[in-house]
Write a protein that binds this ligand. Structure first.
Ligand SMILES: Cc1cc2nc3c(=O)[nH]c(=O)nc-3n(C[C@H](O)[C@H](O)[C@H](O)COP(=O)(O)OP(=O)(O)OC[C@H]3O[C@@H](n4cnc5c(N)ncnc54)[C@H](O)[C@@H]3O)c2cc1C
Length: 369
């Protein structure tokens, strides 16, 4: 983005939208542009990280099954290491812990001492410390969202929640000049802009089509929903409580537990490829049968038995449950792109502008498994 850009509107206060705002605000500070630049993040739900980003597992990947993503994973992981070195607060506020991802395989019981105290142990399971690569880390997505939102606000990023972007005005060169937003009370406001970033997570393909109905680009996505439950950790929270354990090999399908620094344990199972994305600003309802199955798994694998009496259970308290949709592109790679202006609209009075385009797409995730 060039120096004469003043107002950047970012759609979506999830991980992608807020990190974009964070890095842009930092760049503006470094180049002395912060006083002449405004960054506005518009979010449909009631809070930042209110959708996918706040309800995901929180694994920070290093290794991907794709050459380009693998390089990107290393870059991203180094950025996390740098950030952690800069801010100790990430450990407490965002529940960050490095080397905290484990997989279990049916085997000889090796490595049990590495496992968190909330998980049952078995001498028929071996601990794999490279389940998601030799380098790995965990965060608590809820804590990370709060930390990131605060860091953005401290750099004067404006975050507008419960507000939807419903239209984008383009000039003759197909540059975005303003957006229309609808607030919770149904009032609408026009916000002039110099840059426009669409970071709408799994809603991106749908929102792109609404905002740019005559674009020659069609964005395709695949459906990958996950039902999840968060339980209160029945055990005292210690440093090693912050850990991810994948039990795929033990149960024969995707089953993941993630212990967090806020005294909770997140549980998620197999992907559902048929679910329907909920309307913008609302969370998906989980499948009741799937939740019942996950609850059974939690009672089986978590340390909820009274010592010495396997029939005596502690009741597991449910803190939250829901269904989240992964923003999956058909290539399995994220898109970070400037949309070529001539592809944004087929308006036939289009005249190429020497400044180029100013509409950016930023969405999608790399598939780690
Ligand atoms: C079950 C599950 C587990 C996962 N586990 C991991 C993991 O361990 N590690 C990992 O790296 N990734 C994981 N992911 C993927 C990760 O959650 C996503 O890649 C990431 O959260 C996407 O961030 P985002 O900002 O693109 O999307 P979101 O967090 O969904 O944010 C997009 C935001 O845009 C808003 N929005 C969209 N359109 C508009 C509009 N027109 N106006 C206003 N607001 C709008 C939406 O309300 C939404 O809040 C997981 C995903 C799921 C579903």
């Amino acid at each position: 983005m060039s120096a004469d850009n003043k107002t950047t509107v970012i759609v979506g206060a999830g991980s992608i939208g807020l990190w974009t705002a964070y890095h842009l605000a930092h760049a503006n500070r470094r180049t002395g542009l912060s006083s002449s630049s405004t960054i506005i993040v518009i979010e449909a739900s009631a809070s930042a990280f209110g959708e996918t980003s706040g309800t995901c597992t929180g694994c920070i990947h290093y290794k991907f099954n794709d050459e380009i993503m693998d390089e990107f994973g290393k870059y991203s992981f180094a950025a996390w290491r740098d950030l952690a070195a800069e801010s100790n607060k990430l450990y407490d506020a965002a529940g960050l812990r490095f080397d905290s991802i484990f997989g279990l395989t049916k085997n000889d019981g090796d490595g049990q001492e590495l496992l968190p105290d909330w998980l049952r142990k078995s001498d028929a399971w071996r601990v794999d410390t490279e389940f998601l690569g030799a380098e790995n880390a965990m965060v608590n997505p809820v804590g990370l969202g709060k930390w990131l939102e605060r860091a953005c606000i401290d750099m004067d990023v404006r975050i507008q929640t419960s507000t939807k972007v419903t239209a984008v005005e383009l000039d003759q060169g197909n540059r975005a000049t303003a957006v229309t937003v609808i607030r919770e009370d149904s009032s609408s406001v026009r916000i002039p802009c110099d840059n426009f970033v669409l970071a709408g997570g799994p809603w991106t393909p749908m929102v792109y089509k609404t905002l740019f109905p005559s674009s020659s680009i069609q964005i395709d996505s695949a459906t990958e929903a996950g039902d999840w439950i968060i339980f209160r950790n029945p055990n005292p929270v210690a440093k090693n409580s912050v850990a991810f354990v994948g039990l795929n090999d033990i149960v024969g399908e995707k089953l993941e537990f993630a212990g967090r620094n806020d005294g909770t344990i997140w549980v998620c199972g197999a992907k559902d490829h048929k679910g329907t994305l909920p309307p913008l600003g609302s969370r998906g309802l989980p499948d009741a049968a799937r939740i019942a199955e996950l609850t059974g798994r939690a009672y089986h694998f978590l340390c909820v038995h009274n010592a010495g009496d396997l029939d005596a259970f502690e009741e597991l308290e449910v803190v939250a449950l829901g269904r989240a949709f992964r923003p999956v592109t058909l290539s399995g790679r994220p898109m970070m792109a400037l949309v070529e202006p001539d592809k944004l609209s087929t308006y036939n009075g289009f005249r190429a502008d020497e400044r180029g385009g100013n509409v950016f797409l930023c969405w999608g995730m790399g598939l780690g498994d």
